[in-house]
Design a protein around this ligand. Sequence first.
Ligand code: UD1
Length: 366
Amino acid sequence: MPKKIDLIAAARPNFMKVAPLFHALSAQPWCEVRLVHTGQHYDANMSDAFFADFDLPKPDLHLGIGSGTHAEQTGRTLMAYEQACLADRPDWTIVVGDVNATIACALAASKLHIPVAHLEAGLRSRDRYMPEEINRILTDAIADVLWTPSIDANENLAAEGIAEQRIEFVGNIMLDTFELMRGRIESQGKRDELGLSVREYAVVTLHRPGNVDSPETLETLVEALVRLSTEVTLVFAVHPRTRNRLEQHALLERLQAASGMRLIEPQGYIDFMNLVTGAALTITDSGGMQEETTYLGIPCLTVRPTTERPITVEQGSNRLIGASELLSAAQAVLKGECCYTASRPELWDGQTAGRIVADLARRAGK
Ligand code: UD1
């Protein structure tokens, strides 16, 4: 009998982690994959666009969770995924990343004694103000198998007393996705469509509650971006959470009025990476972009006090900044005053899905 494996996807940053693993597992004769979408992200440009880009089939199961408070979102996912497991029990549950569905599905499965594997385990910002940090700590505490993207993650898990045999250093799956899509990213015309020239613009994304939920911080960021847009074209892909906050605080008009500002909707993966690969600079608070820019050697200013991906600062092209430093830090990058000696961290090589499949086969006795 093939092993039944549930692969859980919930929100935008999950889809690029799930895609290479879905394709690698689907090619194995010893397992059957059930793709479960919890529905945390539901807008076409936050979800469907990624399924299309990655050639992912329609999910086998859609839990329809949607938005809500953390407790509502996590609780509804916990209940819905428990029902799914009771109706059709998997042999393994694989969760990825650090969103609310990651902890909810790991918890539901583990209480039913279904082995859980966590992909992208061991990352720590040590900032419990971030909801994702709570999700990471709890998921790693209960998962049976912890697949880590970088060596610092192994060190974090060891420091938390997690047994070595539960941990496997597999590398960063995000770069598998990039390499799988590289040809399509390079030939995609999003940059041309927007009339942008390579290295003559910056890409901006901001959505963290710590940046966009406080009106003061959001205003500081908007002011800095408006001023920066007089020096370089800014392409700002506005996340739905950010758009809501900008509208609430009457800041959207200020961005719209800035002549060098290009406000665009959230993009699919291929279009967005076409923009990122040609950028002179990225300004973000996302986790994934810190990794992708390190891999590409593109300067990245991360507007956050901490990062769970310190390797992108130590070895890569990432720098953490506060909102009030944004303008001066960006100007310095554009003037070439910041030297980045970016190198690629170990096992960020596009081969992570293969290592995961081998580890899972061994653990599943296949
Ligand atoms: C979630 C993740 C975060 C990840 C981010 C990427 C958690 C705790 N956070 O944060 O780690 O970096 O996704 O996007 O899981 N909304 C829409 N359409 C959608 C999805 C959301 O309009 O398809 C709106 C919702 O109404 C909500 C807001 O955006 O008000 C935030 O969505 P939510 O999924 O709660 O959190 P994110 O900020 O996206």
